[in-house]
Design a protein around this ligand. Structure first.
Ligand SMILES: [Mn+2]
Length: 390
């Protein structure tokens, strides 16, 4: 019986520049090229992308070029690529999604360009026809109902069928739009995107899986899963024959470390050990460090900043230091008002994750006390870090 070998990737976020660092933008292109290499090396019959190809619907020219170059290598090898659009690919206003350009160039078949839900017959490299269905990312209060309607109109075929979705499943997070049980049965494989860590489930004779993003793009993603994958799927009608994860070699190493402060000497000893581990990487692969130091007395705060700067400035690509100040006697009227969810409020106001993080950090610094000058210095430092100015 005919089977197809599919490489499943998602959430590549081409063009994303974490912390405003040019190197982080390049990291994402490096791992994108590694994925193309894997597809060629494994002689897959097709590639599916479950959304968020680009980080925004107005990607920078270099991101478009990297996409075109990678996809062209696949096309030259006869490997078709099919994608569905994620929340990052869909323009906020009435503009052309960048996927339409790649579709026109014959480099990427994108489901959902003509109507929100769509199914196409795609001829794989080996010649076997594959039925590929998908729905553009649905969000907002009516998303669940719409997805139910669309999925009801997308039955699998008798042959090999793949379903591409860029949504949150109930099985992974509380703000879900669908549960595993809502997926129409009979597909050979369910290629999911949107969640940036790898997860997978059996669904009858098939599997449903998120490969996760090829790079950890946020702190919580680095914390949850340091290794990154793409998935190799072998499918036949109604059945996932095998599902293999391939570990990516090029994502930048990231360290998430939490240390409870006892005194400066023991902190220095811990941080020296950490630096030892971090320094094992070659210069072009300097890690990112997310460092949390808990219960620091206010009087030691500046020393901790200086120590971290001295140890990690040259040994990491960038480090983010989060100091949790231990307040011995905080007057009542200075305590944080717990009724208001400041983060949520800022999120609604600013609608930009990086800005929200910066605002939170500035507020923390302002609250932490000190002279006007030391506060200003720390705020300036936070600003520089956020925008990657050295
Ligand atoms: Mn994403």
């Amino acid at each position: 019986m005919d089977t197809v070998h599919v490489l499943h990737v998602s959430d590549t976020h081409l063009g994303y520049r974490q912390y405003g660092l040019f190197e982080r933008e390049i990291d994402i292109y490096d791992v994108w090229n590694e994925i193309i290499d894997i597809a060629l090396r494994e002689h897959v019959d097709m590639v599916v992308h479950s959304g968020d190809l680009f980080d925004t619907s107005r990607p920078p020219p270099q991101a478009i070029r990297e996409a075109v170059r990678g996809l062209r290598r696949l096309r030259d090898a006869g490997i078709p690529v099919v994608a569905v659009m994620g929340d990052h690919d869909v323009p906020k206003r009435r503009q052309l999604p960048p996927n339409a350009l790649l579709d026109d160039l014959g480099l990427l078949a994108t489901l959902g360009l003509r109507s929100v839900y769509e199914a196409r017959k795609v001829r794989s490299r080996s010649g076997v026809e594959v039925h590929v269905a998908g729905v553009t990312n649905q969000r907002g209060p009516a998303a669940r109902q719409r997805l139910h309607d669309y999925l009801a109109r997308l039955p699998p075929s008798n042959g090999i069928s793949l379903l591409l979705l860029h949504q949150t499943l109930q099985e992974v997070a509380p703000d879900y739009e669908l549960g595993l049980g809502d997926l129409p049965r009979g597909y050979s494989y369910y290629a999911l995107g949107h969640i940036h860590v790898h997860r997978g489930w059996r669904l009858g004779e098939a599997y449903a899986a998120y490969p996760g993003s090829p790079e950890a793009l946020r702190l919580d993603e680095a914390r949850q899963q340091s290794e990154r994958y793409v998935l190799l799927v072998e499918a036949k009608p109604g059945t996932t024959v095998s599902l293999e994860r391939v570990k990516l070699r090029r994502p930048r190493p990231q360290f998430v470390e939490e240390i409870v402060f006892r005194d400066m000497d023991s902190l220095r000893a811990s941080l020296l050990r950490l630096r030892e581990r971090i320094s094992r990487y070659p210069p072009e692969r300097k890690p990112l460090l997310h460092l949390f130091v808990k219960a620091v007395p206010r009087s030691a705060k500046m020393q901790v900043y200086k120590l971290a700067e001295q140890l990690f400035r040259h040994t990491t690509l960038a480090y983010r230091l989060n100091i949790d100040v231990f307040e011995e006697e905080l007057p009542r009227n200075l305590q944080r008002p717990s009724e208001i969810d400041v983060v949520e409020l800022l999120g609604e106001l600013l609608r930009d994750k990086q800005l929200v993080e910066l605002a939170q950090r500035l507020m923390e610094i302002a609250r932490s006390g000190g002279t006007k000058n030391t506060i200003m210095d720390e705020m300036f430092r936070a600003l520089k870090e956020t925008y990657g100015i050295d």
